[in-house]
Design a protein. Sequence first.
Length: 187
Amino acid sequence: MKGKLLIFSAPSGSGKTTIVRHLLSEFPTLEFSISACSRTKRDKEVDGRDYYFISPEEFKEKISQNLFIEWEEVYPGSYYGTLKSELERIWKKGNHVIFDVDVKGGSNLKNIFKRDALSVFIMPPSIQVLRQRLEKRGSETPETIAKRIGKAEEEMKFAPNFDVIIINENLEQTFREAENTVLSFIT
């Protein structure tokens, strides 16, 4: 059985990962698609849970073998992608796939899977609110915040290409809207 795909994309700091985690806790038939990446593992990250960590050479080899549904060289020598085997693993269990991906990855997946996929863009209420959220994290320097804001402004231009846009102003309200969106798509 081939399940459906839910694609969640958003600028950094919009709450996408929080929303995806919430949906995973509410819908037992949703399963998170673990991406592959060529970067080194960070503290507290677990291979096969956070990402499939593979070397750049191994990543390029898998590309040449056509083992990815989609992939991207995000920075020179830094690859991210979705392995075909990951979707097969989830579908074999009878589950639907949920993605937490960047805007380009989300657009690529939607173009590949068309009506079998629902693409959802999580929009911050404003750039000012996004800046405040990033500052509140306390893990960003003023330079990285400026860089993320610049990228966010660029990414927000892609929002109209997505099937659904959810503005994350109030998290509880956003959870309900995301739940209803998922429910109407998978049933």
